[in-house]
Write a protein that binds this ligand. Structure first.
Ligand code: PLP
Length: 394
């Protein structure tokens, strides 16, 4: 090859560089790149000192992460946000940023199954002590706090019995101890936990924030220093989000207000319909006035409490659940929630299967308990399908 050939030579390995143009895209691009080209080491030093802007390596940061984190921070009225590979990634990163070996965590005894398992693992693997308590009782919260307590973890509305937590009451009882709130069930459309005294809010964005059942992602919002440390923990442990799913979640968020409004309306109507159904023994939903969280929910959730309803079949058995699922052809048994379509789950065999029968019974999770995640279908359609399926299972 001559020198000229070298100058002309464009090897395919160097193809695909970003063209520059003067008309910005109407929708944000996906920065599907592992790394970013940096002019020289001096520029890198300036970036690290905060004097130049840019990204280095996607595990540590990417424009799609940054855009979503900023949106979440704004929605949650927080100083900063951060994104993670999943809801569990967010919870693990936040907890590990706040607590280490020899520290103590206070937690609600009613948490997402995998979160409870994670806390058990913290105890055994990292030597972090955990007290699981009834956070509805402020005296129990005060009594649980020790000199080495680093945080308290609760969920806004818990799975599957929809226990409603009074965030301000827990925050008051904790004093200066940070309150970490998993608001996956409620979203910033229904409540902003930081406005009620929480220090950190976490979401499984795999659920309502994305809302289309096609993403695994977690987010958190809180102080700038804590979000920085949680994002660093996530990068260290490889719990980082990826650009595409951050982009998808950002897109999903644009319709969150409309989706939550419709879901809450349909859910409240369905809860009332189900409460009067002869094949249903009990409905767990804060809009039903026999629910223990009814008054707290009316005070804290003027716009609704989300799309989850749990129902106990009149025939409290797994066989009745199986009959319901076979009859409800259009409502799939799916161990997630907050899809655009309505789904049904069975806590005893999915989220709470790691418990003993006695532990489940003590919590009220028996064989005939089903959890509905109400989607975007019209109320009349869901009422008809649920009625048919319920009549088939008794
Ligand atoms: C699903 C869920 C999680 C875990 O989120 P993933 O994105 O599945 O890791 C945490 N908390 C609650 C309340 C959830 O429903």
């Amino acid at each position: 090859m001559t020198t000229d050939d070298f100058a002309q030579y464009r090897h395919v390995a160097r193809a695909g560089h970003v063209p520059s143009f003067d008309t910005p895209p109407s929708s944000p691009p996906i920065y599907q790149t592992a790394a970013f080209d940096i002019p020289d080491p001096e520029f890198l030093a300036a970036m690290r000192a905060g004097e130049a802007s840019g990204y280095v390596y996607t595990r540590d940061g990417n424009p799609n992460h940054a855009a979503l984190a900023a949106t979440i921070a704004k929605m949650e009225n927080a100083e900063a946000g951060a994104v993670f590979a999943s809801g569990m990634g967010a919870i693990a990163a936040v907890l590990l940023s706040l607590a280490g070996t020899g520290d103590h965590i206070v937690a609600s005894r009613l948490l997402y199954g995998r979160t409870s398992q994670l806390l058990e693992r913290f105890t055994h693997q990292f030597g972090i002590e955990v007290s699981s308590i009834d956070v509805g009782n402020p005296d129990a919260v005060k009594a649980a706090v020790r000199a080495n307590t680093r945080l308290c973890l609760v969920e806004t509305i818990s799975n599957p019995l929809l226990d409603v937590v009074d965030i301000a009451a827990v925050a008051n009882a904790l004093g200066r101890i940070p309150l970490v709130v998993d608001s996956t069930f409620t979203t910033p459309e229904l409540i902003r936990p930081l406005d009620h005294g929480a220090s950190v809010v976490i979401h499984s964005a795999s659920k309502y924030l994305n809302g289309h059942g096609d993403v695994m992602l977690g987010v958190a919002a809180g102080s700038g220093s804590l979000m920085k440390s949680a994002a660093e923990t996530a990068s260290q442990f490889g719990q980082n989000a990826n650009p595409f799913e951050s982009w998808l979640t950002q897109r999903g968020l644009r319709t969150l207000p409309l989706r939550m409004k419709q879901i809450c309306e349909t859910t409240n109507r369905l809860a009332k319909f189900l409460a009067g159904h002869p094949c249903v023994r009990r409905v767990c939903h804060p809009a039903v006035n026999s629910h223990p969280g009814y008054d707290t929910a009316r005070r804290l959730y003027p716009n609704g409490t989300g799309g989850i309803i749990s129902i106990l079949l009149a025939d409290d058995s797994e066989a009745a659940v199986a009959r319901f699922m076979r009859a409800a052809e259009q409502i799939p048994f799916s161990p997630t929630l907050a899809d655009a379509r309505t789904t049904v789950s069975h806590p005893a065999s999915t989220s709470h299967r790691y418990m003993t029968v006695q532990q489940r019974t003590d919590l009220g999770i028996t064989a005939g308990l089903m959890r509905l995640s109400v989607g975007l279908e019209p109320f009349e359609l869901l009422r008809h399908e649920l009625d048919q399926a319920l009549r088939n299972c008794s």
